[in-house]
Design a protein around this ligand. Sequence first.
Ligand SMILES: Cc1cc2nc3c(=O)[nH]c(=O)nc-3n(C[C@H](O)[C@H](O)[C@H](O)COP(=O)(O)OP(=O)(O)OC[C@H]3O[C@@H](n4cnc5c(N)ncnc54)[C@H](O)[C@@H]3O)c2cc1C
Length: 402
Amino acid sequence: MSNKEQEPVLIVGAGPVGILNALGLARAGVPVHVFERGDEVAQAPRAMVYHWSVLDGLERLGLYEDAVQRGFLKQDYTYKVHKTGEEIRYGLQSLEGLVKHPHNLHMGQNVLAELALEHLARHPHARVHWGHKFTGLTQGPDQVTATFTTDDGDATFTGSWLIGADGARSAVRESQGIEFEGFTWPERFVATNIRYPFEAAGYGQTTMLIDDRFGAIITKIDNSGDTGLWRYTYCENASLPVEEVEARMPGFFASIVEDPQNVLVEAYSPYSMHQRAAATLRSGRVLLAGDAAHATNPTGGLGLTSGLFDTYVLSEALAAVVNGEAEETVLDEYASERRRVFVDVVNPAASNNKRMVYHSSDPVRLEQDLEELRRLTTDEDYVVKRLMFPKSLETPSLIGAW
Ligand SMILES: Cc1cc2nc3c(=O)[nH]c(=O)nc-3n(C[C@H](O)[C@H](O)[C@H](O)COP(=O)(O)OP(=O)(O)OC[C@H]3O[C@@H](n4cnc5c(N)ncnc54)[C@H](O)[C@@H]3O)c2cc1C
């Protein structure tokens, strides 16, 4: 069957995971339709750090060169203790000669999604349907039929498989009655996009500010304008009124800069955070990926990292199944392996990152944490071991391609 005659794979959600899955499938000749309830890629401040370990996958998808043009590569990390001013600096230079891409990429996830859309548009067998909100599906032995609401009424599409990449509140996951197991944190995170000359003020391009009140992650998103755009993410008690987030914001900036009136807030978004995983990532012809499959607090940037590692193996394995080159059982491997990595590796690491940056009130525990971090300035083997961690989130190709 030529790809024109094949049933398309349906993908719900045009976030980075949905679009990159579509691109992977389209590049393998599989017809694909993406459905997004919004009218464009979501612009709210979210992921912007791409660990070195995901860059090989962007390269396999043909996105790496353009991504580096739109974002920027960087190597430095700083832990800073707010109360004492102690700084612990280290960097990805330690990976030079050991890995292909010894740098992280910084770029808003909206920019990555838009770039991937441009690449997707080069494939005539790929289509994106904006303004289509998924409402339900039925499965047959060889097909899945999904329904959507649109401004012009309801719409129905039939495909061979369906990927739910519709985020943490996934309606696809719900339609399959799949539990989202885990818990929701009691705190609220506030992600802001701001302009301030942090580098002139001595900040590195990624600073993890350790404090039980003013803990924050301060990271440069891009080099635009005089100062670059920065992400400043802090944490507050979720019982504080959400409508007063903006009024409380200067108090956080005043804790680290003397002139908070010069902090220009371009965008912000309050979030609740979870440590949750879908009970299964496969239900018949429906597969879950990205935040629909698992959600984590963002400290350490492991959320989309996990979603990208889902994408690299899922798009490839599903294309192989559709093209008759692999058995369906490879999709069970996808489901169990990606869930295992999240539960066993991502969950504990992200929870520990959050504890250390935002909840350091126990001085004994804080000193233990700092003792460990100080090794980053003296013990090169330890630096390498720590920097290799994001690679442990990867699942190697399930069809033996890499
Ligand atoms: C403040 C913050 C900072 C973060 N920083 C990082 C970081 O630096 N690095 C990192 O790796 N991760 C980070 N993350 C996590 C990252 O943002 C998520 O893991 C990522 O957005 C997941 O992508 P996704 O495509 O799976 O889901 P989403 O980005 O949530 O996309 C889902 C899409 O589905 C659409 N959709 C939802 N329901 C429907 C429906 N019924 N019908 C049709 N469409 C629907 C939505 O509109 C959306 O476009 C951060 C998260 C937050 C909150």
